[in-house]
Design a protein around this ligand. Structure first.
Ligand code: PMP
Length: 351
């Protein structure tokens, strides 16, 4: 009855569960929430909710282009970065094409490719769950129209480097799109960070996606964007829904980007706490991936750790839907206080 076996495609499994919990550490949100000024603004602007947004979203594009030092023509917008993947997959793929992604990574790429009928090729990881440039390159076929992976990766937190990216971009056809998903880029330590957006001037087939869902604490508001060549933005503008972002998106983004002091402070705290969390978990005999740079940790622990924690009101993410065995988990770094509660509870469970 349905096209392309749509009924057989697995549903996206999210970290948000309809269960009551005191502590949600399953969805890589920023549990400090948005800055006080952003909260205040959201309260204030609600009176305009009856209006449609200006469908060009020009002012939002201007803010983001200034922030990223690119032109307005280099910005695409999505209701979360998920929506950007949706449109790009729709634009670049059909039933004769394939995507190359990493094995056991963010599952939405695979689901979307299956929805449009494209084949999914998963490149094997290297040692310690790393992103293997060689394996990605050797997975690419003439049918491959999109190469996509996150850096930092979800759920492992491993990152790629400029050399790997340039190797891939230098090898693939200019007609194959490369999407670098940087949902978590702010959490990468300074000595490992490099600005991938600089590469969009060199490669017309590169899209770098970013989001306000993670560091900016605005997952519920749904604002994502991509930076890419103007040739891609032209097509994207034809395909996207006329009012795909809310009326409030540009105001909220403008204020969030002004609140540098708040977000820098929160970022520092989360990154410090991530490293502390790794140490504390290791002390409890839990295997932790060291080279992991998101706002979460990737661990291997006792079976049913997630269920045991939920009995104490703490929600973490098991990684079965990503393809990992049941001893792997991803835990979001929460507020300092929440992290203390987590460690205390785990120590009661394992000791
Ligand atoms: N990319 C990665 C790697 C993610 O983990 C997520 C969210 N879990 C997204 C993209 C989607 O984020 P958004 O809220 O911007 O749609």
């Amino acid at each position: 009855m349905y096209l392309r076996n749509l009924a057989k495609i697995p549903n996206y499994v999210s970290g948000t569960k309809d269960v009551s919990c005191k502590l949600r550490l399953s969805s890589n949100e920023n549990n400090y929430g948005p800055s006080p000024k952003v909260r205040e603004l959201i309260r204030k602007i609600s009176k305009d909710a009856y209006k449609y947004p200006n469908s060009s979203y020009f002012s939002l594009k201007e803010i983001l282009s200034d922030h990223n030092k690119v032109s307005v023509d280099n910005i695409i917008l999505g209701n979360g970065s998920d929506e950007i993947f949706l449109y790009l997959f729709f634009i670049f793929l059909d039933e004769n094409s394939s995507i190359v992604t990493l094995e056991k990574t963010f599952t939405y790429y695979k689901i979307l490719a299956s929805i449009v009928g494209a084949e999914v090729i998963e490149a094997r990881r290297g040692k310690n769950f790393s992103i293997s440039c060689e394996n990605i390159l050797s997975s690419i076929r003439p049918s491959t129209k999109i190469v996509v992976f996150p850096s930092p990766d979800n759920p492992t937190g491993v990152i790629t480097n400029r050399e790997c990216l340039e190797k891939i971009l230098g090898s693939i056809s200019p007609n194959t799109l490369f999407i670098l998903d940087e949902a978590y880029f702010q959490f990468v330590p300074e000595d490992k960070y490099w600005n991938s957006i600089e590469l969009i001037n060199k490669y017309d087939n590169l899209v770098v996606t970013r989001t306000f869902s993670k560091l900016y604490g605005l997952a519920g508001v749904r604002i994502g964007y991509g930076v890419c060549s103007s040739s891609i933005t032209k097509i994207y503008e034809k395909v996207r829904m006329p009012f795909n972002l809310s009326l409030f998106a540009s105001e909220v983004v403008k204020q969030a980007l002004l609140d540098n002091e708040y977000y820098s402070r929160v970022l520092r705290q989360i990154v410090n706490d991530r490293e502390k969390m790794k140490k504390s978990l290791k002390k409890l005999g839990i295997w932790v991936l060291e080279e992991s740079y998101g706002n979460f940790v990737f661990i291997r622990g006792p079976q049913k750790l997630d269920e045991k924690l939920l009995n104490h009101g703490i929600l973490i993410r098991n990684l079965k839907s990503f393809g990992y065995d049941e001893t792997f988990y991803r835990i979001t770094v929460g507020t300092t206080n929440q992290n203390k509660i987590l460690i205390k509870t785990i120590s009661k469970i394992v000791c």
